[in-house]
Design a protein around this ligand. Structure first.
Ligand SMILES: Nc1ncnc2c1ncn2[C@@H]1O[C@H](COP(=O)(O)OP(=O)(O)OP(=O)(O)O)[C@@H](O)[C@H]1O
Ligand SMILES: [Mg+2]
Length: 225
């Protein structure tokens, strides 16, 4: 008896085990993360995006479920199953494959069907920073039917922020945070802040950033309760 097999090449990526689960569950557990930890984590995810982008790779499915937490409570990007290559020299070129997770997708994907792949990662990062800082998403979906995103689409940023401010204590949102998120989640791709300017933005670059010891003290203190 003989059997026939179709051979196909597959790429297998072996990654380090991340024993502390997903960023998503960490946010759920702590409700929200302290500002200095949000800054540390923002820099880590941003560095990972920068590394991928300089190699011409866009992840296209960045979300809190695909960011893993290692033994030292630092973040690792996982799940490159929907990633693609783009022209890293020009940062041009469009994709029209509908991939990703609806709540993290760039609005142009639904509106025009074409998008620049590297834009997806920075837009998702904006959503993840918002989630780490507040414990909830800025909007359910970046489309014109969403009651929060429509305010961004219509440039009614004051209303957008007033709505979110009303669910938090006074002065919860810093000016730097509001400015960065506003620039990252703009409806128009050309109005969004570029990666170099995110690195240089005061929310990312300045102010207290949690050290490794402070990160462990916070995480272990809470996790051991
Ligand atoms: N290196 C790792 N260490 C620890 N957990 C991991 C690791 N890789 C993946 N996981 C866990 O498995 C989940 C699914 O992995 P991954 O995101 O790579 O696949 P997926 O295609 O999204 O699968 P699913 O549809 O189940 O989400 C992750 O969200 C994470 O909880
Ligand atoms: Mg996944």
């Amino acid at each position: 008896m003989s059997e026939t097999y179709n051979e196909q090449q597959v790429a297998i990526i072996a990654v380090e085990y991340a024993p502390n689960g997903e960023l998503f569950d960490m946010i759920k557990r702590h409700k929200k993360l302290p500002g200095p930890i949000v800054k540390r984590y923002t820099r880590q995810i941003l560095s990972a995006i920068h590394f991928m982008n300089t190699h011409g790779i866009a992840h296209r499915d960045l979300k809190c479920e695909n960011i893993l937490v290692d033994a030292q409570y630092n973040l690792k990007v996982a799940d490159l199953g929907l990633s693609c290559q783009f022209d890293k020299d020009k940062f041009k070129g469009f994709s029209n494959s509908v991939v990703g997770t609806p709540s993290y997708m760039v609005p142009e994907l639904k509106l025009s069907g074409a998008y620049q792949p590297y834009m997806c990662d920075l837009f998702s990062l904006g959503i993840m920073i918002f989630m780490m800082y507040t414990g909830h998403a800025p909007f359910a979906k970046a489309d014109l039917e969403d009651p929060h995103f429509i305010l961004i689409a219509r440039n009614q940023y004051k209303n957008f922020w007033d709505q979110h401010k009303s669910t938090h204590e006074d002065n919860f949102f810093s000016e730097e945070f509001i400015n960065l998120i506003t620039l990252m989640l703009s409806m128009q791709p050309f109005q969004r802040i570029e990666i170099a300017d995110i690195f240089a933005h005061p929310f990312v670059k300045e102010g207290p950033v949690a050290t490794q010891d402070e990160l462990l003290a916070f995480m272990l203190g809470r996790d051991q309760k």
